[in-house]
Write a protein that binds this ligand. Structure first.
Ligand SMILES: Cc1cc2nc3c(=O)[nH]c(=O)nc-3n(C[C@H](O)[C@H](O)[C@H](O)COP(=O)(O)OP(=O)(O)OC[C@H]3O[C@@H](n4cnc5c(N)ncnc54)[C@H](O)[C@@H]3O)c2cc1C
Length: 540
């Protein structure tokens, strides 16, 4: 019936659905467990945390984290067209050149920075225009915030006063320094992967999109993936793929699906009564994420996002798509190397002109701002395990944050740096009392305790189906599942190491490159010319 079946319409799945269906001679089926992206909070940038723990969210929790006070941490993941790109904070960051050169050095030819840059550019519609680093002709709008908060400007200024340089483009010549984040927005609304890549092509006759369809198994003929089984309402059904089945379920669901289909650590699968198709011990292993910790100050000026839903701000948004509701919350940030032996920055800051603790669930009266130092080069590794053979049981998540003491050390440096920046003169007219960690937390032991009690995911789990050629890798450098035919994984789970930055743009890049690999085109097909001209292919 179909040439390609794509499982999951998230950041990667929407790109693939678009690119593969560009060829009118192939038939593409895109299956998404969540619903259409109709909810208004998806499209209003500042409202993203209102989607947490709703029908748009898988609402995962980790197992108790032994190094974080045995807390079970909440992990949002998008369950809707656009996937996590429909509920994320819209920061557009690619990572560091070193990240991709490192992927190549780990045994993945074609994934070095110079090879992937054309794919970043191909996707991009950069508001500031094309350059050696940016594309202006792609479907994904990358823009400057329409209405940055004065506190975000103060943060950047304070970082300069604390001795750091200003960086006008984290995705350009260098990553180090502090500045305003660019966001995936268009005309004041979220530009998710669905908005950028899927909606413009939904009417293609060779593309079928089914929502509210949860895939729970892959059917094989010998080693070849032939079909998927899925649940739709009360019923189950199957669809067949002539060429390939491509898993784009993200870092939790893709390894989960592989294990349910019998591809994973054989002993674990047998114990749970799952017939083994292939013993791939790396499935679900190598889990890496970015933990962040809040450092919060009272704001003595009532100018924070607490006002975002005031009548005047709602009216401003409704009439002009402007004002505080266009904020992505984490408006500004920076990249710093705290460990001299780190090859690239190891701490990233996410500055929010508001009180952002416990994913926005904790509320306060009054005004505050949050500096969120984030560990972006974790040494600790976690894993996912199949809990049962029931596809509706989420896998057990062991994030294992800060298991390696070097990670705690870097976080500690991050908290100290946050305080140094907050103490700078630029914040003088805004800064009230320190709310977290609080004035009583003075020595390292107290700051470590704060980290243990408050660190949370910055939403970037990757690596659970890592690309490579060692015994623990799951896919090869063309993203084909080792030992199988007609089966690929294309999403954030294939990253061998987490990149130093936010993971949406890198996932979109992975899917852009995968589309060329699937179509049998080399990596230069994205247009080595676009390396210089910044012009990629246009889809609408
Ligand atoms: C709250 C939050 C904030 C974030 N903020 C940022 C940010 O500001 N900037 C940034 O760069 N990154 C951010 N990220 C991370 C980024 O959004 C993700 O890394 C990226 O979207 C991952 O893309 P993916 O394609 O791997 O998975 P996803 O986008 O999660 O897509 C997976 C899709 O597969 C579907 N699916 C899963 N299982 C099945 C199944 N069995 N059958 C059918 N469909 C299935 C899911 O419903 C989902 O739609 C954030 C993430 C979150 C959750």
């Amino acid at each position: 019936m179909y040439d390609y079946i794509i499982v999951g319409a998230g950041s990667a799945g929407c790109v693939l659905a678009n690119r593969l269906s560009e060829d009118p001679s192939v038939k593409v089926l895109l299956l998404e467990a969540g619903g259409p992206d109709a909810q208004k909070e998806i499209h209003i940038p500042a409202a993203f945390s209102k989607l947490f723990k709703t029908a748009c969210d898988w609402t995962y929790f980790t197992e108790p984290e032994p190094h974080l006070d045995n807390r079970s941490l909440y992990w949002p993941r998008g369950k809707v067209l656009g996937g996590s790109s429909s509920i994320n904070a819209m920061i557009y960051i690619r990572g560091h050149r070193w990240d991709y050169d490192h992927w190549r050095d780990l045994g993945n030819p074609g994934w070095d920075y110079d090879s992937v840059l054309p794919y970043f550019k191909k996707s991009e519609a950069q508001e500031n225009g094309p350059s050696a680093f940016h594309g202006s002709d792609g479907p994904l709008h990358v823009t400057n915030l329409r209405c940055p908060n004065p506190l975000s400007q103060a943060f950047i200024h304070a970082a300069e006063q604390a001795g750091f340089q200003r960086n006008p483009d984290f995705n350009g010549v260098q990553q180090d320094g502090f500045g305003q984040y660019q966001v995936t927005q268009w005309e004041g609304k979220r530009c998710s992967a669905a908005a950028a890549f899927l909606h413009p092509v939904m009417r293609r006759p060779n593309l079928t999109v089914k929502t509210n369809v949860q895939v729970f198994d892959i059917i094989f003929e010998k080693r070849r993936a032939r079909a998927v089984s899925f649940q739709q309402g009360e019923n189950s059904a199957q669809e067949h793929a002539d060429r390939e089945i491509i898993l784009c379920g993200g870092s939790v669901a893709s390894p989960h699906l592989l294990m349910l289909a019998g591809i994973g650590p054989a002993d674990q699968l047998r114990t749970l009564g799952v017939p083994v198709q292939a013993d791939l011990p790396g499935v679900g292993e190598n889990l890496q994420d970015h933990p962040a910790v809040p450092v919060v100050y009272q704001s003595i000026q009532p100018i924070t996002l607490t006002n975002a839903e005031s009548i005047s701000n709602v009216a401003r948004y409704m009439c002009f798509k402007n004002g505080m509701l266009t904020s992505n919350v984490a408006e500004a940030g920076g990249f710093v190397t705290t460990n001299p032996s780190s090859p690239a920055p190891d701490i990233q800051f996410h500055f929010g002109p508001g009180y952002y603790v416990d994913h926005g669930f904790q509320k306060i009266k009054g005004h505050a701002f949050t500096l969120g130092p984030t560990l972006i080069r974790p040494t600790s590794r976690g894993r996912l395990k199949l809990r049962s053979s029931n596809p509706l049981d989420a896998p057990a998540i062991y994030a294992n944050y800060l298991a390696d003491s070097r990670d705690m050390d870097a976080m500690l440096q991050g908290v100290k740096l946050a305080r140094r920046i907050a103490a700078a003169q630029a914040f003088e007219q805004f800064r009230g009392v320190e709310m977290l960690p609080g004035p009583d937390a003075q020595d390292d032991a107290a700051l470590r305790r704060h980290i243990e009690r408050y660190a949370a995911t910055l939403y970037h789990p990757v690596g659970t189906c890592k690309m490579g050629n060692d015994a623990m890798s799951v896919v090869d450098s063309e993203l084909r599942v080792h030992g199988m035919e007609g089966l690929r994984v294309v999403d954030a789970s294939v990253m061998p190491t987490v990149i130093g930055g936010n993971t949406n743009a890198p996932t979109i890049m992975i899917a852009e490159k995968a589309a060329d690999l699937i179509r049998g085109k080399g990596q230069t097909e994205a247009g080595s010319d676009s390396l210089l001209s910044g012009v990629g292919q246009r889809t609408r």
